[in-house]
Every structure is written in structure tokens, then in C-alpha cells.
Unconditional design. Structure first.
Length: 172
């Protein structure tokens, strides 16, 4: 153990001086320092202002494009004639039957059918000309496609919608 302590003491006392002019030689070997040139305001702001202006311009172009494009909803009454239709569903024992479809944005409580004593539910509705999809909602939980219809389409939720093409006979 003493042997190690002696070695440590000798190492601590041993100091070697750097050669003369060592610091000057190191400093001379370093590249010359130049003060940073001050950037203009535009150069300092370019990192965020150019993308911001480009994004704003793109937004304006897109918004102007949307104003030029008119979306056409075949179920909307844009100048088309309204046609009176009669809907029926035989559902004895039901407490409530509603008609939901593209013509009322599938809104529950909008078109209620009325029942007679036999369980025949009916509603007379004015619809715009065009293609419509609809279902009957029985007691707020059972979605039923019109059993008397000829055309159906999957609704994407595991059920089917009834498809009807509405047109005014005078316009045929």
C-alpha cells in the first residue's frame, strides 16, 4: 500500500513546463476570428415569414376555388318541383314510427307516421324531385327498409336503405 502512496506522491510533484511560446503557437494555429456580419431584417425574418405568406396565399386560393364550385345535392329542392308521396308501413304493436332519409338529413322526430287501429302507419310528405334514400325507424330503435320498395342500397352500417327516384309526372 505504501508503494502506491509513494507513486502517487511522485506523480503529484512531477510537473513539466510547456515549451516557450507554446500558447502563441496554439493561438496562431487557430483560424482567424471574424465578427459575424449582421443580417438584414428580411434575412432574419425569412425563416418564418416566407412559409407563412405561402400558407396564407394557398388558403386564399382554396377559398376562392370553393366559392366557384357549386355542390349539387340531388335531394335539395334547388328549383325542382315538389312531389307529394304517401309512405306506409304495417307495424302492429309499434308505439311510434318515423320516416328518416336524405330528404330530412336523417333527422329523428322530423316526420312522424300516424297509425290506424289495424297497425298501418302512414304519412304524406312533399319531397323534391331527385334520388332519395330512406328507412322507417320503429320505436326509436329498429331501422326497417320499406318492404314494398324495389330498390335498396347498403348503408355502410350493416343495414340497407330504401332508394326512391322522385319525379313529377308533368316533367317526364
Amino acid at each position: 500500500m505504501k508503494k502506491h502512496e509513494d507513486l502517487i506522491n511522485r506523480l503529484e510533484q512531477h510537473r513539466t513546463r510547456a515549451p516557450a511560446h507554446f500558447a502563441e503557437q496554439v493561438m496562431d494555429a487557430l483560424p482567424a476570428w471574424k465578427p459575424a456580419r449582421k443580417k438584414s431584417w428580411w434575412a432574419r425574418q425569412r425563416s418564418w415569414i416566407v412559409p407563412a405568406l405561402a400558407g396564407a396565399a394557398a388558403t386564399v386560393v382554396i377559398m376562392l376555388g370553393f366559392q366557384q364550385v357549386k355542390t349539387v345535392d340531388p335531394a335539395s329542392p334547388t328549383g325542382s318541383e315538389m312531389v307529394t308521396l304517401h309512405f306506409e308501413l304495417f307495424a302492429p304493436g309499434a308505439d311510434q314510427v318515423e320516416l328518416l332519409g336524405t330528404f330530412n338529413n336523417w333527422k329523428s322526430g322530423d316526420i312522424m307516421l300516424e297509425a290506424d287501429e289495424s297497425g298501418q302507419w302512414t304519412a304524406t310528405v312533399q319531397l323534391p324531385e331527385g334520388r332519395h334514400e330512406y328507412v322507417f325507424l320503429v320505436d326509436g330503435e329498429r331501422w326497417i327498409a320499406d318492404p314494398r320498395a324495389a330498390t335498396f342500397r347498403p348503408d355502410g352500417f350493416g343495414r340497407v336503405n330504401t332508394v326512391i327516384q322522385v319525379y313529377d309526372e308533368d316533367n317526364v
